[in-house]
Design a binder for this molecule. Structure first.
Ligand code: FAD
Length: 477
């Protein structure tokens, strides 16, 4: 057998599972079709860590609560920022008061203790910038925010340092069952393994084929990474760091159709305002709806306007074929980052009991250190520059990202190969100018460090080249 375990898909869940099982004496590989791991994790480097209160589905709520509880230990271990900011679901009308009362009762029935219904005087004390009329709010103190890409990368890097092989730019075409184990066919290889953990959509594979299973059972598809199953669209407005729209909690409003309007404090100190709705609406409509929480949205303060499908298909860990060696993680959900540590830990338990493997004695649970120049004091900056003068050259002025950080992001385990990869790892080009001043420098450093031509450097995926061709034959670019 080529491997003990093959993990299909290098998203945050694939990386987290790889990390958990790399603690054991197993030969493991992750197969990812993209240039980078966790490519889809977020558009903005802040994800909400839910605590299950908002979820109608009981299993999802359980996984969210479990993941939420594990987040302190994980973020401390990987040294990544995680803030338990707490959340308030606001009610402005009697109908909305009934909705939050229903959510509160459901949470109490599920045994959740950290929720409270608050009167307006407490709400305005907690959020002095809130200047819309509120009748009641449901407070959950354990909700938090985290950098999802840092989390996914940490899982991936530590797994890599503990011997997991990452096969990037390799697409799984099929999984076939052998008398013992499996054959995984990719566009580059045919690999055999004892066990498969599949986190990719599985409609076209010979085994674990969701479409076939569902047709045979004459039941509708319950979940699966099927884009048609998503429930709507999320529209995000990233607001500049502005005192008037600064809130310390995540603020939500939920209407009777289950549509949400919310604001989130980002890890960088900005505010994200967003709506998750059933039908597509214009930017003006988004601003109008968001204004129910942030009474003022000044266009001058809008840094980014983005939209993304809103998924609410419950996550399922399907280990019904564990005896044959197959685990499938199905579903696509807006709280997937929150559930990741819980899912990885459950999957790891199944793998360990199935493979009867032992803990490695030399497992290294530390992520290699990296410096964030903008977070260092002057004394620390001086010391880092003395170690490597590249930390003294600012490439992105808005975010204060140095050449040293970009080079480290490229040279680290599972290093960046694309502009998006550098952006996500360092924060370069995420500032007010959105890369107008530094994008060309990032492309040039990437080309130098990866021994490629500048015209070969891509944004994030195949054929997304930043520069199409040379327009003049200079000796150098
Ligand atoms: C804008 C946005 C905001 C979000 N906000 C939050 C939030 O606030 N809180 C929260 O908890 N969650 C949030 N999420 C959810 C979460 O980030 C994503 O759902 C999560 O990243 C999905 O992780 P995954 O590993 O399961 O799936 P994916 O990232 O989809 O992983 C699957 C991987 O498999 C790869 N793959 C697919 N097919 C193949 C193949 N045939 N061969 C090889 N590889 C393949 C894909 O390239 C992908 O990398 C948000 C997501 C987005 C996009």
């Amino acid at each position: 057998m080529d491997y003990d375990v093959l993990i299909l898909g290098g998203g945050i869940i694939g990386c987290a599972v790889a990390y958990e099982i790399s603690k054991y004496n197993l030969n493991i590989a992750v197969i990812e079709k993209d240039y980078d791991i966790a490519d889809d994790v977020a558009l903005i480097n802040t994800a909400m860590i839910y605590n299950g209160v908002e979820s109608e589905d009981t299993l999802t709520a359980k996984l969210e609560r479990m993941g939420n509880k594990m987040m302190d230990t994980i973020s401390a271990k990987f040294n990544i920022p995680f803030k338990r900011c707490g959340s308030l679901i606001l009610a402005q009308t009697d109908e909305e008061v009934d909705i939050i009362q229903g959510i509160y009762n459901r949470a109490i029935d599920r045994g959740t203790k950290d929720v409270l219904i608050l009167d307006p005087e407490y709400i305005y004390e907690m959020e002095p910038n809130l200047n819309v009329d509120i009748k009641k709010a449901l407070y959950s103190k354990n909700t938090g925010v985290i950098c999802p890409f840092d989390l996914a990368l940490s899982y991936g890097e530590v797994a890599f340092d503990n011997g997991v092989k990452f096969k990037l730019e390799e697409e799984v075409i099929d999984i076939q069952e052998l008398t013992k184990g499996f054959k995984v066919i990719t566009n580059k290889n045919k690999l055999t393994c004892k066990m498969v953990i599949n986190t990719t959509p599985s409609e076209n594979y010979s085994i674990g084929n969701e479409k076939e299973v569902n047709e045979n059972k004459k039941k509708p598809i319950m979940n699966g990474n099927d884009i048609d199953n998503n429930k709507g669209v999320s529209k995000y407005i990233l607001l500049d760091n502005n005192e008037k729209t600064k809130y310390s909690h995540a603020l939500f409003m939920i209407n009777s159709k289950g549509e949400r309007t919310y604001t989130l404090p980002t890890m960088e100190g900005d505010t994200v305002a967003a709506i998750s709705i059933r039908e597509n609406v214009s930017y003006d409509e988004v601003v109008k709806r968001v204004s129910k929480i942030t009474s003022v949205v000044d266009d001058m303060n809008v840094k980014m306007f983005l939209d993304w499908p809103f998924f609410e298909n419950p996550m399922v860990i399907d280990d019904s074929s564990i005896d044959e060696g197959l685990i499938q993680i199905k579903g696509k959900h807006y709280g997937q980052v929150t559930m990741t540590p819980a899912i990885a830990s459950i999957v790891c338990e199944s793998v360990v009991s199935n493979m009867k493997c032992k803990l490695k004695k030399d497992f290294n649970d530390k992520r290699r250190e990296n410096y964030k120049f903008r977070d260092l004091c002057d004394e620390e900056r001086k010391r880092v520059i003395e170690l490597d003068e590249k930390y003294g050259r600012i490439i992105c002025g808005c975010q204060k990202v140095t050449e040293g950080e970009i080079v480290d992001a490229i040279r680290r385990p599972l290093g960046a190969r694309t502009v998006e990869g550098v952006k996500r790892r360092t924060g370069a080009a995420f500032g007010n100018c959105q890369g107008a001043h530094c994008l060309n420098k990032v492309v040039s450093i990437l080309a130098r460090e990866t021994s490629k031509k500048m015209t070969e450097i891509t944004k994030d995926s195949k054929d997304s080249n930043i520069l199409l061709c040379r327009i003049k034959e200079f000796n150098s670019m």
